[in-house]
Design a protein around this ligand. Structure first.
Ligand SMILES: Cc1ncc(COP(=O)(O)O)c(C=O)c1O
Length: 380
């Protein structure tokens, strides 16, 4: 079956007890036993599992092409579960421009449990190799990176990881399995903030972890049920509904993203545009090879913080807000919002200036998005 068919049907079969085409939200914390030791319908308690979660996990595993998937209360909860595959003394090499929350989780929390982290430029395999230590157990990449849209060659990273027998984890949040196929390129684990494109409607927070190896799947499920960060029935229902339109949404996001990036690139008030779909992007060719489309995340620099502030205070259709990947255009200033937890010297090194604006282009009429940006740029 094709991607869109799977997104609509896998895990989304009519409810066997009523025939409802859309399965109900099983809003119950507990399930009755048939007799001692035998749960009636295979479920006992909603922390450990419930039908809406099971359905969503089947869809997500199918769409990413994994052996199994587990869904969590947020992208961060899923990423945390992945790091819990490690043991004290283990070392992880990560993309230096990762999402700020991953930076915070690793450098301010997980280091206290004996894990070691090195943040390097994963766009260069030689740099990644140089960062490896005898105790390196995991390579964690985000591609494209948030917010600077740098691209890491997933197949090259998989080769490197396999040679050293370490685990390659790819954060596929910006692309979704519709635009990028990390597992086919050799990734062992894929993570998502499903709060973003996977759900697509900015009405639920969620995360997923997709595994290719049964032994990893067992451990991730053990963490999900033990630590209790499995996604709730209502949120699973919302993400399942969002996923049904993933293919059409991503096609429109691509088209709108490209049109807006070209427009900004030609605008005299915009200093620099970061977007993999532009020929000026340093990894445009790699993006074309690795991604099915350029996506709809754009970063652009307005030169100074005051200009960025005036611009952001004037946008009307684009909402000044955290998050991304919704049907509505969302705009932010990473240095003060999503990446505020990253030290300034690290932000400077990875190109997150105080005037870098991040735009998640929605699927509104593209002319309306462009005229909104144009009127706000008058204040720059
Ligand atoms: C690329 C990326 N990964 C992970 C996360 C964390 O996801 P969540 O906010 O759902 O915990 C985010 C959040 O913005 C993100 O942008």
């Amino acid at each position: 079956m094709g991607f869109a068919t799977n997104a609509i049907h896998v895990g989304q079969e009519p409810d066997p007890s009523t025939g409802a085409v859309v399965a109900p939200i099983y809003q119950t914390s507990t399930y009755v036993y048939e007799e001692l030791g035998k749960a009636k319908g295979g479920y006992d308690y909603a922390r450990t599992n419930h039908p809406n979660r099971k359905a969503l996990e089947r869809t997500v595993a199918k769409l990413e092409g994994g052996h199994a998937a587990y869904v969590f209360t947020s992208g961060m909860a899923g990423i945390d579960a992945v790091f819990r595959l490690l043991r004290p003394g283990d070392h992880v090499v990560l993309s230096e421009a990762v999402y700020g929350g991953v930076y915070r989780l690793s450098t301010q929390l997980l280091v206290h449990f004996g894990l070691e982290f090195s943040f390097v430029d994963t766009t260069d395999p030689a740099v990644v190799l140089g960062a490896m230590r005898p105790n390196t157990k995991m390579l964690y990449i985000e591609t494209p990176t948030n917010p600077t849209l740098r691209i890491t060659d997933i197949a090259a990273m998989a080769k490197l990881a396999n040679e050293r027998r370490i685990t390659l984890v790819v954060d596929n949040t910006f692309m979704t399995p519709y635009l990028q196929r990390p597992i086919e390129l050799g990734a062992h684990i894929v993570v998502h903030s499903m709060t973003k494109y996977m759900n697509g409607h900015s009405d639920a927070v969620g995360g997923s972890v997709i595994l290719t190896r049964p032994e990893d799947a067992e451990k991730i499920y053990f963490t999900q049920k033990s630590a209790g960060a499995g996604l709730s029935p209502m949120d699973c229902f919302l993400v399942s509904r969002g996923l049904k339109t993933l293919a059409v949404r991503m096609l429109q996001h691509n088209a709108n993203g490209l049109a807006v990036a070209r427009h900004l690139d030609a605008h005299p008030k915009v200093r620099k545009v970061y977007y993999p779909g532009l020929a000026s992007h340093p990894q445009h060719e790699l993006a074309r090879r690795q991604q099915k489309g350029p996506g709809a995340m754009i970063a652009f620099d307005l030169g100074d913080e005051g200009a960025a502030r005036r611009f952001l205070n004037q946008v009307k259709i684009c909402s000044l807000a955290e998050s991304l990947g919704g049907v509505e255009s969302l705009i932010s200033l990473p240095a003060q919002m999503t990446h505020a937890s990253m030290p300034k010297e690290v932000r400077d090194r990875v190109g997150i200036t105080d005037s870098l604006v991040r735009l998640s282009v929605g699927i509104e009429d593209v002319e309306d998005i462009i005229s909104d940006l144009d009127q706000a740029l008058l204040y720059v």
